[in-house]
Design a protein around this ligand. Sequence first.
Ligand code: PEP
Ligand code: MN
Length: 374
Amino acid sequence: MKLELNIQPLESWIQAKSEPLLIAGPCSAETEEQLVATAHLLAQTGRVTALRAGIWKPRTRPGEFEGIGSIGLEWLKRAKEETGLPTAVEVANAKHVEEALKAGVDILWVGARSTVNPFTVQEIADALKGVDVPVMVKNPVNPDLSLWIGALERINGAGITKLVAIHRGFSSHEKSAFRNEPMWDLAINLKTHAPNLPIICDPSHICGNRELLGYVAQKALDLDMQGLMIESHIDPSVAWTDAKQQVTPAALVEIIDRLTLRKPELQGAVKDALAELRSQIDKLDDVVFQKMAERMKIVEKIGNYKKENDITILQVNRWDEILNKRIAYAKALNLSPEFAEKLLELIHSESIRKQTEIMNKGQQGQPQEKLTHA
Ligand code: PEP
Ligand code: MN
């Protein structure tokens, strides 16, 4: 499914000060001095293209600092006047949109907690009708690509063509090094659905700490994302929100300096060498699929046999045997055991699905089953 989005290329409305395109600024505007001083330091780096700051903050628990509110718009105006940096704020309802536009904010973004709610996104979209402002849409908190796409469609449907997606990672109950799991696949999927939609990465909210920012930023660039949004505070140790993940403007420059910019376009000998290796991969992939098809034919025969002889589909001992033997074989071939196990589980669940279909053919009320490990 290709997304029908009417979008202007990023370069047509924002010129990066330097590569990669970088939007930076504090998680929250706290005081006029903090915001303006941070903006000056960021502007002096020559690396930052736009200044971000949250003034309406969605907080998990009541009683936490919920943003400085509308007064922050005046501070953003001053920061822009003094530094020349365009400004960006998060909007979560129609009132925010109206106030931000009135105050001349240059870029609006929809936060992860808003993207999850179609009512909220539609309210924002309705408030944007007839306005030509760039809007960035963060991924929803939960790993649901449709919600992200839906939000982009609603904003685009309101006539916003300067549209960008921000990948900021996804909430997960699993313990991990990240505050929000990157789940890069979802961002890659979005790119596949909407090749003309610019995607930038927000390593700050993915990492939740300073240490991993460089790693995540590099990975985002290697996946051909078109820019970065990184939180930067004049003194992160005393930040009122997200203190652990913010960096000083000087530390931000260090991170950016260490990034390697790679080109998506290939030329000359590199292109030929890569094309040759890719054609080898293509041939091998074909063989893998042929073999899978052969395997499934045998699985079908087994299914028919089990049906005729009233034998259960799953025999745990047999499955254990397959797992152990194949994982040992995979290890000997220098494949990682985790990869081998995942692959086997995928093949096995498809085999079970197929045999279930055969066993119950003709029985009423049989739902279409999906692969369990997909
Ligand atoms: C933010 O950018 O400060 C923010 C609240 O981000 P998110 O919506 O990604 O949690
Ligand atoms: Mn933040």
